[in-house]
Design a protein around this ligand. Structure first.
Ligand SMILES: Nc1nc2c(c(=O)[nH]1)N[C@H]1C(S)=C(S)[C@@H](COP(=O)(O)OP(=O)(O)OC[C@H]3O[C@@H](n4cnc5c(=O)[nH]c(N)nc54)[C@H](O)[C@@H]3O)O[C@H]1N2
Ligand SMILES: Nc1nc2c(c(=O)[nH]1)N[C@H]1C(S)=C(S)[C@@H](COP(=O)(O)OP(=O)(O)OC[C@H]3O[C@@H](n4cnc5c(=O)[nH]c(N)nc54)[C@H](O)[C@@H]3O)O[C@H]1N2
Ligand code: SF4
Ligand SMILES: [Mo]
Length: 694
């Protein structure tokens, strides 16, 4: 049998590894990395390597499905030509009919038009885009904004790195990583804060571990627990929950107090320094001595000044993840990180910079092409600002939003406050979902379009270092691509989306996102398939941002100080408050083998067999507080199902960690609406829970 080796890009995380698939008879036999792979450096993590059986899973949605109850509820109003065809629909299962594509796109177009006429254009919203190509994400926001004339478009950056975008744009004008991953080898010092790098960005972690082992860079890891990459660190700081802003301001305090800042950089490239300096030096929460008051965390009073000095004196890169963003003050913490870089000139050069580790394979791209309610493509101001997801959920409950289109975002599993989300979805007149699997939100959907996965289509993905990679299909599929479904529905509403190929769409995207993508033709991207190209891309690409000036309006970096707000665990430690024996602070995160809602990874036996249930990690010191092997966690908002518990040395007393991948655990029922103050990113990284025996 003829086998061929086809190169493309991994479908999972924001690292964006180059992959090569060995394909026979339209089946993927194996996925591996080329030795000279620019991102992979010849190695893939277990998901990239083994996580491809989802493609052929018998659970894939390979058709269009229409809910029987939807047909019943709408039958009388259906136009004659659709009514007549209802009788020809095939039974799929108890809940759904299997419907021809042509009928289903007509049905969707009719219902969306009806909703708009009846309830107005603001009654429709779209969510998603970060798991599919730029072409589809662009088409999605265009569909929402033009076909439906609604401003309500959002993507999973809302529950993820929106605070990085907000914090970085406010201070330095651009919400994206500043350097290529390989700059790790140029750095003398690396800080990782709130990123579980070995699990969530493993191929970036490889580079950092190499630099630490080879001692080309000093490594500091700051987390609320001991994580694997901490083993390679010179300094591993375990800090209280929700203390990031305090720690970061303390680092700045040391740099200011000891005059370790870069005067020339501040004079020529920044503004607002004096005011910032005065605020911080007079802020009691910014003095590292404060840590001496927090039982169990006293040594931070020495550790923080030490890492601040190294950061200021050496060429430093700062990596961060959701441990920073998914908090009440995530955006402010990101600003505090950029302040550190501005103070010390650790930005705009090789081996020094700011690296928010974006999560999804195309979340950077989805934001670049405008899947955000407050940005048009290329971060231009939209004619009307739409609502963010949590506000849309409220509008659904109030009956103002009536229709939802989701494109690869499982809001009925991964968003906070799940009891409320389910109530909101129940209130809608129509939900349309483009999906690979019947995930939780698709089970709510009235109309489901089975679509191509990343391994079956052509399209551009932007990874966490702004690198554009043109993917190509590893296998053929008859399913439509996301953008084709959107085009075909639009064509039955207005008839203005005239595109034949994904390249046609991309050429429009290049124009709409001209300040970043204009030079990135398919031709150029395919010629550079291994190396990829980092935006902005004109004649050449731009590996490093902010070299001569910041991307703000006047080119200057803007200091915007924000004080830490005393609360929760820190306040308790300070006041030496007794807490009930069953009260803990829980943080949630990831394991290497599963990917978010696990829709794809659960269908890969090699992955799922390694972690088929979410496990709670607790401190070995707290063991006597537990009397059963399984526990239920509860908050005022809801509770989990019984979950197994494991005692480890890496967790501090009084705290817990768990993953949220398996829907049966119901972890996201624990969270309410608490979110980042500026940008509404859910506070997934800290919730006070009570533990009960199951
Ligand atoms: N295997 C795998 N990889 C993935 C994903 C996946 O689901 N599985 N998802 C992708 C996505 S969408 C994203 S956004 C990224 C996320 O990747 P990461 O940003 O690494 O996210 P998490 O694993 O959720 O949590 C990061 C770390 O924050 C720590 N933390 C919690 N609270 C605090 C705090 O208050 N301060 C500090 N300093 N640290 C804290 C946690 O202990 C954890 O180690 O991963 C991407 N990659
Ligand atoms: N408790 C807790 N909850 C969290 C987090 C946390 O740290 N703690 N992290 C949050 C974060 S950072 C994120 S990003 C979200 C992630 O949660 P989601 O946005 O739901 O992300 P995924 O599970 O990656 O993808 C959603 C769906 O996309 C589908 N999909 C894959 N490829 C395609 C495609 O090409 N087209 C279409 N149409 N669909 C496709 C998959 O089958 C999957 O069902 O979870 C958030 N939820
Ligand atoms: S690190 Fe991310 S992009 Fe690379 S192989 Fe693993 S999941 Fe895929
Ligand atoms: Mo994410």
């Amino acid at each position: 049998m003829l086998t061929s080796d086809i190169s493309s890009v991994c479908t999972y995380c924001g690292v964006g590894c180059d992959i090569t698939a060995q394909v026979q008879n339209n089946q993927i036999l194996k996925i591996y990395a080329q030795n000279d792979g620019y991102v992979s450096q010849g190695k893939l993590c277990i998901k990239g390597k083994l996580g491809f059986d989802f493609v052929d899973s018998d659970k894939r949605v390979r058709n269009c499905r229409v809910k029987k109850s939807f047909i019943d509820n709408n039958f009388l109003e259906l136009p004659r030509e659709l009514k007549a065809r209802v009788r020809t629909l095939k039974e799929f299962d108890e809940t759904y009919y299997e419907a021809p594509y042509e009928f289903t796109t007509s049905l969707a177009a009719w219902k969306l038009t009806e909703i708009k006429q009846r309830y107005g254009r603001h009654s429709f919203c779209g969510m998603g885009g970060a798991r599919t190509s730029c072409e589809s994400a662009y088409m999605f926001q265009k569909f929402v904004r033009t076909a439906m004339d609604s401003p309500h478009i959002d993507n999973c950056a809302r529950v993820c790195h929106s605070p990085s975008l907000k914090g970085m744009r406010t201070t330095i004008g651009e919400g994206a990583a500043t350097n290529p991953y390989d700059d790790v080898y140029e750095a003398e010092n690396i800080i990782i804060m709130g990123s579980n790098t070995t699990e969530a960005h493993p191929i970036v972690a490889n580079r950092i571990i190499k630099a630490a082992r080879d001692k080309t860079a000093e490594l500091t890891v700051i987390d609320v627990r001991e994580i694997q990459i901490g083993k390679f660190a010179t300094n591993s700081l375990v800090i209280p929950y929700e203390a990031n802003l305090m720690v970061l301001n303390m680092m700045a305090y040391v740099i200011l107090n000891e005059k370790l800042y870069n005067n020339e950089f501040l004079d020529t490239r920044c503004k607002g320094f004096e005011e910032y300096k005065n605020s911080i030096l007079n802020d009691e929460f910014a003095n590292p001595e404060y840590m001496k008051n927090l039982k169990g965390y006293e040594q931070l009073a020495e550790q923080i000044p030490a890492i601040a000095r190294t950061y200021a004196k050496k060429k430093s890169m700062f990596f961060w993840g959701l441990g920073i963003t998914e908090h009440l003050d995530g955006s402010y913490a990101v600003m505090a990180i950029t302040h550190l870089a501005m103070l010390t000139g650790n930005i705009g050069k090789s081996g020094a910079g700011l690296m928010p580790l974006r999560g999804q394979n195309n979340v950077q791209g989805a934001c670049d092409v405008g899947c955000l309610p407050y940005y048009d493509p290329d971060y231009k101001e939209p004619k009307e600002v739409g609502l963010m997801t949590p506000d849309l959920i409220n509008e659904m409950i109030e009956g103002k939003v009536k229709a939802l289109y989701v494109m690869g975002e499982d809001i009925a599993h991964i968003h906070p406050n799940q009891s409320k989300v389910h109530k909101a979805l129940d209130n809608l007149e129509v939900i349309i979902s483009n999906e690979l699997f019947m995930n939780e939100v698709s089970k709510y959907a009235d109309i489901v379009f089975g679509v191509k996965s990343a391994y079956e289509k052509t399209g551009v993905y932007v990874n966490a270092m702004r690198r554009l990679h043109l993917s190509q299909p590893l296998v053929e599929s008859d399913l439509p691509d996301d953008w084709e479904v959107l085009r075909d529905i639009e064509n039955k509403i207005n008839g203005e989306f005239i595109y034949e190929t994904s390249e046609n769409v991309w050429d429009e995207v290049r124009d709409a996102v001209s300040s970043r993508f204009s030079g990135a033709t398919y031709h150029k991207l395919s010629k550079n398939r291994n190396r990829g190209m980092q935006w902005p891309i004109g004649k050449t690409d731009t590996p490093i941002l902010h070299i001569n000036e910041f991307r703000t309006e006047d080119g200057k970096g803007q200091f915007t100080y924000h004080q830490y707000n005393l609360r929760e665990q820190v306040e308790k430690l300070l006041n030496k408050k007794e807490t009930p024996k069953n009260e803990f602070y829980l943080t949630t995160g990831r394991t290497i083998v599963h990917y978010n809602n696990a829709a794809q990874t659960i269908h890969s036996e090699a992955l799922n067999s390694r972690y088929d249930t979410d496990i709670i990690l607790a401190s070995i010191e707290d063991k006597e507080k537990f009397t059963s092997e399984k526990v239920i966690l509860k908050t005022q908002h809801g509770q989990t199902n019984p979950m197994p518990i494991k005692f480890v040395k890496t967790i501090k007393t009084g705290t817990l960690f768990t993953t949220f991948h398996h829907v049966n655990s119901k972890v996201n029922y624990l969270f309410g609406d608490e979110a980042d103050e500026l940008i509404k990113t859910a506070r997934f990284k800290s919730v006070k829970v009570n533990v009960y025996s199951a």
